[in-house]
Design a protein around this ligand. Structure first.
Ligand SMILES: O=P(O)(O)OC[C@H](O)CO
Length: 963
């Protein structure tokens, strides 16, 4: 669409000006418009030399986009078909054919896969009471078989081996992507058309786009690891489209095999998808005990470990679709050394199979090695057998997956996967899963690739094509993907517009740079060792020099881009890169490797969450879920919106493009996209959100994307509120006698009490009267109390949010910053002290504006805290006996409903299944419950020391205090 179609040039200029104000973080580029046809050639707004040189006609498309957003309808979308320019676009993008080479042969010939096939064959042989033909197998019987028997035995084993080879080959052909430059040009052309039919614009910031191109150009041999947020299936397409547009070879994308459906799976495969199982059977080494809590969970210990030395804590989440590796996951760890049988061996060597495969039996069942069963002449148990077979298959599967990913990286193929696993149902960034990430880190640590360029990406949608995830958050199972389901979905989506979307790309960083920052302690040790050896040789003492390290020392070649470290400029002089690769990194213990992968995952997802452009829908939804649950006038909403825009700007967050340019337009636009199911206008003309389930979940999905901006402030606000409740004597009323509700608590609310205190300081209530004098003009909290309380909140929510980036700004620094912000906003006033060294104290203002701000902030996390509180309350029935996880979730939801009806809880989204499941992880990591898994059923059991009502109430109270 040309600019003239949108109206007057003057109007365009005005819109352009308004837009420039909104996108003060740099120019936006609409990836769906032709560089040289649609976008007016303009000088860069910020005079950025990169932007100018990267050119490609990256003129700002503001005016054009305004027209498109306002005038979007399917007919116009059809009018906008630009066959020739799109073909030229698809043909002109540079693609490196070598990055698309199929690695099937390399994978099947990989010694690791061969070894896994042998291992699986050995296990199959053992469970069929055959004697393994492999020399070192412990499955060998003590008695020597007769020659005829041996021949038949070997023939059968050879047959089993062939079966396993066929299995490996089938696994690979089901898995592998099928990219080619020709195909990818077709896909690029098709994607452009599809995205244009669905969205008004796909925005990317020019500076970010340029930095991505530059990094790719500066490191031509480094595979790129794209790690995007995951909220919609469109994410897959977008990242590939972004890469294609930027002249970067498109990535091979790890997709769940649930998406490998007829026809569409084939298309996705040609667009770069490789399909992986989302769950794997677990396998154990002989002699190792697997925790029954982990019986059906995949373990990538075998995949992760590459000859590590420490032999501790072998369990590692498979990570394809498993829960995060947190303390809970670690607590499920088995004891004992790792599987040696899947470690790569020198090519051609005969591998010892003495580390027999053993499969975790269901809870309490004694393990017995197949070889022992054979030797004892006892028939193998059926259940173990079936699990053994499944686990054996997974042995081969793991090896194929590992080898496939390694080979893709070796040929320089770019990779993309979703650290969060599945799509986020809540709109928040979910906790990272580590399986694939650990494979990439391992490939690097094993010197298979020189470096990896890591690119965190966030995609923000005005509206997602999926509609909502409310059903699933209520507790309904996910509808499995199918051919007809996809057709129906496409038919539903194709005739409407979903607004714009924003792709935010963090400055790429090298894995080496991250590891350099992450392994500072090891580097210090290395330097100390080297220094002592040197000094021994030199015959003089040698001091380990602590000097301010130049930032560039940690930044590698992408110095301007990378962000390690930021918190301190004093550090130990880093070791040389060669030493890092040859000495420091190989010496990392397995548990350190895990920690580092964990930190990398968190670092990336923290960026992803904080990169997000704030869309109008997210900001309006945030206002509705915090300040205006009961509705608001248009002027209240626009004031709130403007306040959010100012806050975003102050916090360095980009705000989405606002059609029309002013707040009212944005509010109307957002309300229209949210739809009549979520927003209505009542008889008094107030704009009222739906606050009941299930629709509130959709509102929260958008709100949570903007709420991340206030996360740390919300934590501090919750602590202030906790102290306020204490001062008002409300705390015990709210938290005691769980879970039975008492009538008197219905009226207990802090806002009500504050109002009462302020309007009638001489209230007869003794408890309140006692606090009146202190509350008349506020009350005070020490800095240390605030920090300690905030750290407690962060530890409660550790399975829900990532509060800070590892190796960069420490949490305390962020909390101090948030406290300073509240001082600036007059919520807190630093008390004057007579002695300069006395601890800082703040007076908390009870002024309505301050209370309103505190309420706004804490409501961004309150529903989650309440879900955790309810989950803790729902533990009480476990005193009578264990419960399956699904029953526990249902009971918690029921309990939360009762509390909601009684008026104790205010947010219906408290019943979110996702939050309750995260709460279970917290309770597990606190050692309150164990989660036992048998036959895919997860069961919650109270740990011994929590098998009393007071102990459980104490747990619930420790959470409830921050509600
Ligand atoms: O959100 P899910 O669970 O449907 O998973 C989406 C993933 O991208 C599947 O690979």
């Amino acid at each position: 669409m040309s600019i003239q179609q949108g109206g007057q040039a003057e109007q365009q200029q005005q819109q352009q000006q308004m837009r420039e104000e909104r996108s003060s973080f740099g120019r936006l580029r609409n990836l769906l418009l032709d560089d040289d046809v649609d976008q007016p050639q303009q000088p860069p707004l910020d005079g950025d030399a990169h932007a100018r040189s990267a050119g490609d006609g990256d003129g700002d498309d503001g005016g054009e986009a305004v027209v498109v957003v306002l005038a979007h309808n399917p007919l116009l979308a059809i009018q906008r078909v630009r066959w020739f320019s799109d073909v030229r676009f698809a043909l002109s993008r540079r693609q490196d054919a070598h990055r698309y080479i199929a690695v099937d042969r390399l994978t099947l010939e990989d010694p690791l896969v061969r070894l896994a096939i042998d291992q699986a064959t050995d296990c199959d042989a053992a469970s069929s009471s055959l004697t393994s033909s492999y020399p070192a197998s412990s499955a060998s019987s003590s008695s020597t078989p007769a020659p005829a028997a041996t021949t038949s035995n070997n023939a059968q084993i050879s047959r089993l081996r062939n079966e396993n080879m066929r299995r490996a080959s089938k696994i690979l052909s089901n898995m592998a992507s099928r990219l080619s430059t020709v195909l990818i040009r077709c896909v690029g052309w098709t994607l452009r058309k599809c995205l244009r039919a669905l969205f008004s614009a796909v925005y990317v910031r020019v500076d970010q786009n340029d930095r991505l191109r530059e990094a790719a150009r500066a490191h031509p041999n480094a595979p790129i690891l794209f790690l995007p947020s995951h909220k919609s299936h469109i994410d897959y397409l977008l990242v590939s489209y972004l890469a294609f547009d930027a002249d970067i070879s498109v990535p091979h994308i790890a997709a769940g095999d649930n998406l490998n459906i007829f026809f569409f799976g084939g298309l996705a495969r040609r667009a770069g998808a490789f399909f992986i199982r989302r769950k794997l059977e677990s396998v154990m080494r002989s002699g190792a005990r697997q925790s029954n809590t982990n019986a059906d969970r995949g373990s990538t210990a075998d995949l992760l470990d590459q000859g590590s030395q420490d032999g501790t804590d072998p369990t590692w989440e498979v990570g394809l679709d498993e829960s995060p590796m947190g303390s809970a996951s670690r607590s499920r760890s088995a004891s004992g050394p790792l599987l040696p049988w899947l470690l790569p061996s020198p090519v051609g060597s005969v591998v010892s199979l003495t580390g027999q495969l053993e499969v975790a039996a269901p809870s309490g069942e004694q393990q017995q090695q197949p070889s022992q069963q054979h030797a004892n002449n006892t028939p193998p148990r059926r259940r173990s057998d079936s699990r053994a077979t499944a686990a054996t298959r997974d042995t081969v599967y793991r090896a194929v997956l590992r080898s496939y990913v390694r080979n893709l990286l070796r040929i320089g193929g770019h990779l993309e996967f979703f650290l969060e696993g599945g799509r986020s149902r809540s709109g928040k960034v979910a906790m990272p899963k580590y399986g694939l990430l650990s494979l990439v880190v391992d490939t690097f640590l094993d010197n298979e690739v020189d470096d990896v360029l890591v690119v965190p990406i966030n995609v923000s949608y005005d509206q997602i094509v999926e509609g909502d995830y409310a059903r699933e958050l209520m507790g309904a199972p996910k509808q499995p993907e199918s051919f007809f389901g996809t057709l129906r979905g496409l038919a539903r989506t194709v005739m409407r517009s979903y607004g714009s979307l924003y792709v935010d790309v963090e400055t790429p960083f090298l894995l080496t740079d991250f590891l350099r920052a992450a392994t500072r302690p090891e580097q210090a040790q290395h330097l100390a060792r080297t220094a002592s050896v040197d000094s021994l040789h030199a015959g003089r003492p040698h001091d380990l020099v602590l000097t301010p390290a130049p930032a560039s020392a940690f930044l590698g070649s992408s110095s301007s881009a990378s962000s390690f470290p930021s918190s301190s400029n004093t550090s130990i002089v880093p070791v040389a890169l060669a030493d890092l690769r040859t000495t420091v990194l190989p010496a990392l213990t397995r548990s350190r490797r895990r920690e580092i992968v964990d930190e990398l995952g968190r670092r990336v997802l923290h960026s992803v969450s904080n990169l997000a452009t704030l869309t109008s829908t997210a900001m309006v939804a945030l206002l509705f879920t915090t300040r205006f649950r009961k509705g608001a006038s248009m002027s209240e909403l626009t004031n709130g919106f403007n306040w959010l825009v100012a806050e975003a700007s102050a916090r360095g967050r980009a705000v989405g493009y606002i059609p029309g340019g002013d707040a009212e337009d944005a509010v109307v636009y957002a309300c229209t996209l949210l739809g009549a199911d979520l927003v209505d206008v009542n008889a008094e003309g107030l704009i009222v959100p739906t606050t009941s389930v299930p629709n509130i979940f959709t509102m929260c999905f958008y709100a949570n994307q903007a709420a991340s901006m206030f996360l740390i402030d919300a934590v501090v606000a919750s602590v202030i509120h906790m102290h306020l409740k204490r001062e008002l004597g409300l705390q015990n009323e709210q938290e005691d006698e769980l879970p039975v509700l008492s009538q008197r608590r219905r009226s207990a609310s802090v806002s009500g009490a504050v109002a009462a205190v302020k309007s009638n300081p001489s209230t007869p209530n003794r408890k309140r009267a006692a606090s009146v004098s202190s509350l008349e003009y506020g009350f005070s909290i020490s800095h240390d109390e605030l920090i300690a309380g905030a750290q407690e909140v962060c530890s409660i929510l550790a399975h829900e949010y990532i509060f800070h980036r590892p190796h960069e700004t420490p949490l305390v620094e962020l909390l101090n910053h948030a406290i300073a912000g509240l001082v600036k906003n007059d919520v807190l006033t630093l008390e004057e002290t007579l002695r300069p060294d006395s601890p800082a104290r703040y007076e908390v203002s009870l002024d309505p504006a301050s209370m309103e701000l505190v309420r706004f902030l804490r409501f961004t996390i309150k529903p989650v805290i309440d879900s955790y509180w309810m989950s803790a309350c729902a533990l009480l029935p476990l005193l009578q006996g264990e419960q399956t996880e699904s029953a526990f979730v249902r009971n918690t939801q029921q309990l939360a409903n009762e509390y909601l009806q009684a008026g104790v809880l205010e947010c219906p989204e408290t019943i979110s299944r996702e939050a309750i499941k995260n709460a279970i992880q917290l309770l597990e990591s606190w050692g309150v419950v164990t989660v036992q898994v048998a036959s895919d059923v997860r069961t919650l059991v109270l740990r011994e020391r929590y098998q009393s009502r007071p102990a459980l109430i104490a747990i619930a109270k420790s959470i409830a205090q921050f509600s």
